[in-house]
Design a protein around this ligand. Sequence first.
Ligand code: SAH
Length: 213
Amino acid sequence: MTNIKEEEKANLIMSLRSMGIISHDVLSALESTPREIFIPKHLSHYAYENRALPIGFNQTISQPYIVALMTEKLSLNSNDIVLEIGTGSGYQTAIISKLVRKVYTIERINPLLVEAKSCFKKLKLTNIVTKTDDGFTGWLNMSPFDKIIITCSLSSVHEDLLFQLKVGGKCIAPIGNNSGKQILKCITISNKREKDNWEDICEVKFVPLIRNN
Ligand code: SAH
């Protein structure tokens, strides 16, 4: 990697810090993950700008600030088993995989998953399990999970999905519709389910979750 890229990356990390990301572990995971390999070559000069970028098939790689924020809000532990719905480029998956025991990730567009898997291989990330599918109802066979992250917007989180979390587990998801307002929400599961805690984090803009029929 050139020095220019290193300098751009250092500036990005500094700006994430100034935007309120305080977790040292999250910032180091971003610092040690080359975002340029997850985006199309002709856009690699934008890799360390704080913006979402197209990755083909009408999908986008999320903005680094949102990746850092979602990761931080999940309060990940090194022993955690995490489910991600919407692998996309695999960038968010790679960041999480550096902080936890195992990541299960589901993507409905197979060619995106093929690309993402080649990035995981390049980075020697061996704790990621993938499948091509509609992830709306989660991955029951592999549950329970400590954390669930949904990286596409949906109008509500399906109860089947929340039942795949352990007590004390967290789910982070953009809730709302594609044309209206979407709010990033973090749900923490309590032992009395009616007491689950729903926290609104901020307004966001994600591509929509699409169901397979
Ligand atoms: N975190 C990713 C964001 C990808 S965009 C990144 O930084 O690259 C959201 C992804 O969700 C898209 O790749 C889209 O294909 C996928 N997606 C949409 N609906 C889905 C569904 N029902 N199941 C699984 N993945 C879905």
